[in-house]
Design a binder for this molecule. Structure first.
Ligand code: ADP
Ligand code: MG
Length: 380
C-alpha cells in the first residue's frame, strides 16, 4: 500500500466475563506490542472469541480494562475503534459485488468516491483479488470469499486486525496457503494482528507470540519455540505438539534427584524446580527419544532408559514414528526416516533420552497418566 499503516499496542488487564453460571473469561491479561502477530490458541469454549469480541467492542467485559496505545477504549463504540475483524463465516453481503462489499466500510465513513475507488483497488490487490471486482460472493470459492472479507476488514486501514478462526471452513491445503498469505500481509502492513485458532499447527506457523487459553484464562504466553521447548504447565505441553507424559513423585537418592513412577525411576533435568516429595510429570517430545534394539550385547546407554517392544512403525513423509509399548503404556519416538536403528513391530527395544531434553512440571492433582499425548485437536 502507498501509505504506511502502523499497528497499535493492545493491553488487556484482568478481563472477566460471565454468562449466568458460565465463566467465559476468568482472568485474561495480555500485552500485545504494536505490530505483533499474536495468536490466541486454545480448545473450544476456552474464551478466545469472547476476548476478541471484547477488543472489537462487540461485548463489554464485566470487569477489567482494554488499553489501545495506553488509552482505555471501553467507552469507544466498535466502529470508532479503528479495528478490523474477519470471521470464520466470511459475513459478506450476498447481494453485493466484491467491489461493493469491500467499499462498504468506506461508504459508511462517507469517503469521497475517487479516494474510495483507490482504496478498494489497493485492498483487493493486497489480497490477490485484482480483476474480481464485479463478481458476487456466490461466484467465488471459499478461499476467495475469505480474501474479500480480509480486503473489507483492511480497506479502512485499521491499526489492528482481529481474525476469528478465519480458515476454519477451508480444506487443509487451502488453509496452508492462506496462512502464508496472512503472514505476508502482516509483514507488508506492519499492523497488529490478533488471530484466533484452536489449531496448534496454524498457531506455530504464523505467530510472533502465542497465548494459550484454557478455561477462560491464559496458561502461558510465548514464542512457538518457548512454548514447545519450555512449557510451564502440563496443559500447554500436551496442547502444543506431541508429548510423552511420565507422572511420578520427586525423590532424593544416592544418584541425585529422581522421578519415581509406576515401574520407572528417571533422572531429572538440571532445571527441575519441584520440591522433593511433590507430584511431578516428566514430558518428553518424541523427537528427543532415541530407539535402539535391546539385545544382551547392546552397549550400555546413558540417559533415561525404558525397555519396551515396538508396537508400530509409521512412515510420514520424511519422518519415522515409532510406537513403543512400555510396561502398560505407549511411548512415541520420532526420527528422520533413514537415520534410526532397523527395528520392526514386535522387536524388543530401549527408548532412551537425555534428562536435560525433558521438562518436569507440577502435577498438583496427580491427574496425569503415563503415555503419549498427541496434541492435534481437530474440531468437528
Ligand atoms: P472459544 O472461542 O474459545 O471457543 P468462547 O469465547 O466463544 O470460546 O466461549 C467461552 C465460554 O463462554 C463457553 O463456555 C461459551 O459457551 C460461553 N459463552 C460465550 N458466549 C456466550 C453467550 N453469549 N451466552 C452464554 N454463554 C456464552
Ligand atoms: Mg470461538
Amino acid at each position: 500500500m502507498s501509505e504506511p499503516m502502523l499497528g497499535a499496542a493492545i493491553e488487556l488487564l484482568d478481563l472477566q466475563k460471565r454468562y449466568g453460571d458460565v465463566t467465559a473469561l476468568a482472568n485474561v491479561s495480555l500485552d500485545m506490542p504494536a505490530g505483533e502477530f499474536v495468536t490466541l490458541l486454545g480448545p473450544s469454549g476456552s474464551g478466545k472469541t469472547t476476548t476478541l469480541n471484547a477488543i472489537a467492542g462487540f461485548l463489554q467485559p464485566d470487569s477489567g480494562r482494554i488499553l489501545v496505545d495506553g488509552s482505555p477504549i471501553e467507552a469507544v463504540p466498535p466502529h470508532k475503534r479503528n479495528i478490523g475483524m474477519v470471521f470464520q463465516s466470511y459475513a459478506l453481503f450476498p447481494h453485493m459485488t466484491v467491489q461493493a462489499n469491500v467499499a462498504y466500510p468506506l461508504k459508511r465513513r462517507k469517503m469521497p468516491k475517487h479516494e474510495l475507488q483507490r482504496r478498494v483497488a489497493e485492498s483487493l490487490e493486497l489480497v490477490g483479488l485484482d480483476g474480481m471486482q464485479q463478481r458476487y460472493p456466490r461466484e467465488l470459492s471459499g478461499g476467495q470469499q475469505q480474501r474479500v472479507a480480509l480486503a473489507r476488514a483492511l480497506v479502512f486501514r485499521p491499526r489492528v486486525l482481529l481474525m476469528d478462526e478465519p480458515l476454519g471452513a477451508l480444506d487443509r491445503r487451502l488453509r496452508a496457503s492462506l496462512q502464508l498469505e496472512f503472514k505476508r500481509i502482516h509483514r507488508e502492513l506492519g499492523i497488529t494482528f490478533v488471530y484466533v485458532t484452536h489449531d496448534q499447527d496454524e498457531a506455530l506457523v504464523m505467530s510472533d507470540r502465542i497465548a494459550v487459553f484454557n478455561n477462560g484464562s491464559i496458561e502461558q504466553v510465548g514464542t512457538a519455540s518457548e512454548l514447545y521447548e519450555r512449557p510451564t504447565t502440563l496443559f500447554v505441553a500436551e496442547f502444543l505438539g506431541d508429548s510423552n507424559v511420565l507422572p511420578g513423585v520427586i525423590a532424593d537418592g544416592p544418584a541425585g534427584r529422581r522421578l519415581l513412577g509406576q515401574g520407572y525411576e528417571l533422572a531429572l533435568p538440571e532445571a527441575a524446580a519441584l520440591a522433593t516429595g511433590s507430584r511431578g510429570v516428566m514430558t518428553v517430545r518424541p523427537e528427543r527419544v532415541t530407539v535402539v534394539p535391546d539385545t544382551p550385547t547392546a552397549p550400555r546407554r546413558c540417559g533415561n532408559t525404558l525397555a519396551g517392544r515396538v508396537k508400530q512403525v509409521i512412515y510420514m513423509g520424511g519422518i519415522r514414528r515409532l510406537e513403543i509399548d512400555v510396561a502398560g503404556f505407549t511411548m512415541l519416538a520420532q526420527e528422520q526416516a533413514g537415520t534410526g536403528a532397523a527395528v520392526a513391530a514386535g522387536d524388543p527395544v530401549l527408548a532412551v533420552w537425555d534428562a536435560d531434553r525433558s521438562v518436569v512440571l507440577p502435577d498438583e492433582q496427580g491427574e496425569a497418566t503415563a503415555g503419549a499425548v498427541t496434541g492435534s485437536l481437530e474440531e468437528v
